[in-house]
Write a protein that binds this ligand. Structure first.
Ligand SMILES: O=C(O)[C@@H](CO)OP(=O)(O)O
Ligand SMILES: [Mg+2]
Length: 430
């Protein structure tokens, strides 16, 4: 096998027009692989550190220091190594950084290299990335969670809940699921227009209208689904990302748009009522704030047997935090974002831990994305059966869906589609 002879990095722009890191890794044979890291807006405070320059350039959002770290600090340490040694290379970078949250080199610097190394190893072996990462398989095309109404930190409207997603699980194949979801997206646009609502979009390509609150958003979604001839709950279900850390303030969850404050008990009641009124909700992400462990336990006891409860900010794709969640009975699923932890090796570790403890895992994009479809390959390779990557519009999101279409075609008759099977909770078992 060959060895790495060069590592390069540069600043590129993400879908919000902010700089992010792209890395390139070169093999002695002349092969080159490239990868770009995404960036969040509603970031958890326990995430690995995204190194930003803060020097006024790009409004202080530049990543020149991270780029220099790749070129000057990481490159000399990994040149000469076989890119197939993913764990070795990731560990070299972790040790070189020397901090628990990658604040020295930057998780953005480390992850760009980690992803490019995996891609280079796959190219050298003439394998698609999904097969290289997944090995023997089994490979599973994920059910998409498509964020079609944006609120919270991702839009300028009055919705407190950050994401309203449609989950087209009743399809026979990934391609059919994507088509179903896309039909609903278009029908939702017409519906909003007819209601005199704004159809401009938020960061993840979903519409960002002003609505009375979560109930009205769910109502409109049910109408859009039914309007396309699909049965809510049977063909297409609904999912939320509340991103409650963003709403949490001094012991209370402040739903400013809805004009209500809830303590954790009242918030659990609110979710119970929402799920009673909208039995098509199969998944709620970040229903409680990142450090509100008591709230999380309460929520999990109340709803964990019914629906999928996804931990994003609480777990931040970190094996140590997920272990606490499993131990204490918080959530029943983990959102997986490579840049929350900063290496592919640690990301795979979290997924493995989730699966071995009956937690579902959802591979996820960030609200600031690039055209790099790495997460599509990752989602198929680990076979966890769910991906969250925004609306079926805007190239930054569509790049992921289109890559999944290519992978499905590659797998041919072996392209199993997850459907509802990988969702936890009683509803999913129906
Ligand atoms: O909260 C989330 O799940 C993500 C992605 O949808 O948003 P952000 O990247 O802004 O953290
Ligand atoms: Mg989230």
């Amino acid at each position: 096998m060959g060895h790495i002879v060069g590592v390069n990095a540069r600043e590129i722009l993400d879908s919000r027009g902010n700089p992010t890191v792209e890395a390139e890794v070169w093999l002695d044979s002349g092969l080159m692989a490239r990868a770009a890291v995404p960036s969040g807006a509603s970031t958890g405070k326990h995430e690995a550190v995204e190194l930003r320059d803060g020097d006024g350039r790009y409004g202080g959002k530049g990543v020149r220091r991270a780029v220099v770290n790749v070129k000057e600090k990481i490159a000399p340490e990994i040149i000469g190594i076989d890119p197939g040694e993913q764990a070795l290379i990731d560990n070299i970078m972790i040790e070189l950084d020397g901090t628990p949250n990658k604040s020295n080199l930057g998780a953005n610097a480390i992850l760009a290299v980690s992803m490019a190394v995996a891609r280079l190893a796959a190219m050298e072996r003439e394998l698609p990335l999904w097969r290289y990462i997944g090995g023997l398989g089994p490979f599973l095309l994920p059910t998409p969670m498509m964020n079609v109404i944006n609120g919270g930190a991702h839009a300028d409207n009055n919705l407190d809940v950050q994401e309203f997603m449609i989950v087209p699980h009743g399809a026979e194949s990934f391609g059919e699921a994507l088509r179903m979801g896309t039909e609903v997206y278009h029908s939702l646009k017409k519906l909003l227009k007819n209601k005199g609502k704004n159809t401009s979009v938020g960061d993840e390509g979903g519409f960002a209208p002003d609505l009375a609150g979560a109930e009205e958003a769910l109502e409109v979604l049910v109408e859009a689904i039914a309007g396309c001839g699909y049965k809510p709950g049977e063909d297409i279900s609904l999912a939320l990302d509340v991103a409650a850390s963003e709403l949490y303030d001094d012991g209370l969850y402040r739903f400013k748009g809805e004009g209500k404050d809830y303590n954790p008990e009242q918030l659990v009641e609110y979710y119970l009522k929402l799920c009673r009124n909208y039995p098509f909700v199969v998944s709620i992400e970040d229903g409680m704030a990142e450090d509100d462990f008591e709230g999380w336990k309460m929520l999990t006891q109340a709803l964990g047997g019914e629906i999928q409860l996804v931990g994003d900010d609480i777990f931040v794709t970190n094996p140590k935090r997920l272990a606490v969640g499993i131990e204490e009975g918080m959530a029943n699923a983990v959102l997986v974002k490579l840049n929350q932890i900063g290496t592919l090796t640690e990301t795979l570790e979290v997924i493995d831990m989730a699966v071995r403890n009956s937690y579902s895992a959802i591979i996820s994009h960030r609200s600031g994305e690039t055209d790099d479809p790495f997460i599509s390959d990752l989602s198929v390779s680990v076979g966890v059966g769910q991906i969250k990557t925004g609306a079926p519009a805007r190239v930054d999101r569509v790049a992921k869906y289109n890559q999944l279409l290519r992978i499905a075609e590659d797998l041919g008759d072996l392209a199993l589609f997850a459907g509802l099977k990988t969702f936890r909770g009683r509803k999913a078992e129906r």
